[in-house]
Design a protein around this ligand. Structure first.
Ligand SMILES: [Zn+2]
Length: 495
């Protein structure tokens, strides 16, 4: 049913090779404390102020599992249609890094918390069916610290060490940089509905590594892949993948050989360069974390978490299109951010005119939010106030131009619509006598020309007559109302 909605994706590369892309996304969880200790999770604190023997990796310090982080992991898994493991098991992944004092990272190896999920994308694949990307697994792990390079020395800040992460591993199902981009935006939108992370690529709470290989079209077997790191935005992911597809194609077409490796994206030169040849999984010497016992994930817990999941955006989008008869760009815009979609629905509870209300949110409200760099939660105009304004417009107390002017002032001060309209002198308060007098004057003035034409059936001169009356009333009237009054008055003349 949904398939016809989505655009067809055309692969920009029309060479003999088909790209195969899989993305790994790291999502930092917004828990109050770290994965295995009570240290606070906070961005921007003084270096090494949020540390303890556990996250410093001091000998003898023992970790404890943060159960909220596990619950957030389950939340992510359920939202991505994953199976949830029956027990939580952690493993040590051994490698040397200057910002990882233990010499290993606690992660999940053979028993990820979530597995076998999928993410449906709002695009069609080459066969015209909705594109689905498998979610191979999503597992819990701890973040490393940060190395800061200053002059000739390297400093280490371990505030981030031990922050809970979920690594979401997408299947090798994406076939173009554009599809990868759509995957990332869709994934981010879905995660934003869960309230479990800041999802800021700038602050590093959302990170992405891209795996890419190419193969002759029609070939089943994957080609040699490279993994690209240091991708700081979704745009960078797309650009790096485009670069890699060209590079792989050139190497293969010139009879060269690719090697499996990890490459870094250079944002300035817009190219990737080799960082290291890729370690095999065995290089990490994974083994079960001896300091943490495994523990069960009862199905009751999973079902409890499932019951707290919000309506996810793809479902909400279809509901908005179907129930509210919105056009697709408006519906997608509203659904793009949970708080905004919630606000829109709150407006509808007060005033059941879905398209009219959507036009205000997508247009004027969005413009003000952009200009003021605020989210809907911080917006000064409350739902009830916007509805009051729309009602003033509907009842002819404001017109399209003055309503927008009043709204701008409301966004500035947070005052109610009626108060602003009065303060700005924009409220159309009709003095019946004055209106009648103006209409009578116009009829007398244009008796021989426009009025006569109108009576002969030339209804289009009505606009002219209304304009004349509006001028006499200095614009403080509702043109629709004036038009109706003219028609009523002139019908008397006709008979
Ligand atoms: Zn700690």
């Amino acid at each position: 049913m949904a398939s016809s909605l989505w655009p067809q994706m055309t692969n920009a590369t029309t060479t003999d090779f088909e790209p195969v892309i899989g993305l790994e996304v790291h999502c930092q969880l917004k828990t109050r404390s770290k994965m295995f200790c009570a240290c606070k999770v906070r961005f921007g604190a003084p270096a090494n102020s949020l540390t303890c023997p556990v996250c410093l990796g001091l000998p003898g310090a023992l970790p404890m599992v943060n159960h909220l982080a596990v619950e957030y992991g389950i939340r992510i898994g359920l939202a991505l249609n994953c199976q949830i493991a029956h027990r939580v098991k952690f493993d040590r992944k051994n490698y040397f890094y200057p910002d990882l004092p233990k010499g290993y990272q606690v992660s999940q190896y053979d028993e990820p918390l979530c597995f076998d999920g999928e993410l449906q994308l709002p695009i069609n694949d080459a066969t015209g069916n909705p594109k689905v990307c498998r979610i191979t697994r999503a597992h819990l792990e701890e973040d490393a610290g940060k190395s800061i390079h200053m002059g000739h020395s390297t400093l280490v800040d371990l505030n981030r060490a031990g922050t809970p992460l979920v690594e979401i591993v997408g299947g090798p199902d994406l076939r173009s940089p554009e599809e990868a981009y759509v995957y990332l935006t869709t994934l981010k939108r879905n995660l934003s509905y869960l309230g479990i992370s800041d999802l800021s690529m700038e602050k590093g709470s959302l990170r992405c590594d891209a795996n890419i290989s190419i193969r002759p079209r029609g070939q089943e077997k994957f080609g040699v892949r490279s993994e690209v790191k240091n991708l700081n935005s979704f745009r960078a992911v797309r650009a790096a993948l485009e670069f890699e597809i060209k590079r792989h194609t050139q190497v293969l077409e010139s009879g060269g050989k690719l090697t499996q490796e990890t490459r870094l994206w250079d944002e300035e030169k817009l190219e990737t360069r080799s960082m290291r040849s890729k370690e095999e999984a065995t290089d990490y010497r994974f083994f079960p974390e001896p300091d943490l016992a495994t523990f069960d994930v009862p199905r009751e817990w999973v079902e409890k978490v499932r019951a707290t999941l919000p309506e996810m955006p793809e479902k909400r989008l279809l509901r908005f299109l179907h129930d509210f008869k919105l056009n697709q760009p408006d519906a997608e815009f509203l659904v793009g951010e949970k708080a905004l979609a919630d606000w829109y629905e709150a407006l509808l509870k007060l005033y059941d005119e879905p398209r009219k209300v959507a036009a205000w949110v997508v247009g004027e409200v969005n413009r003000e939010l952009q200009e003021r760099h605020v989210g809907i939660d911080e917006f000064k105009v409350k739902a009830t106030q916007l509805v009051e304004l729309i009602k003033l417009l509907d009842t002819g107390k404001l017109n399209n131009i003055t309503a927008k002017e009043v709204f701008k002032a409301m966004a500035e001060t947070g005052e109610p619509a009626l108060a602003v309209a009065k303060r700005l002198g924009r409220l159309i308060e009709q003095d019946e006598g004055e209106v009648d007098a103006a209409i009578a004057e116009v009829i007398a003035e244009f008796k021989d020309k426009a009025v006569a034409d109108f009576l002969k059936g030339e209804t289009k001169v009505l606009g002219f007559l209304v304009g004349q009356a509006m001028r006499k009333l200095k614009g403080k009237a509702n043109p629709k109302d004036i038009g109706a009054r003219f028609e009523a008055r002139l019908s008397e003349h006709r008979s």
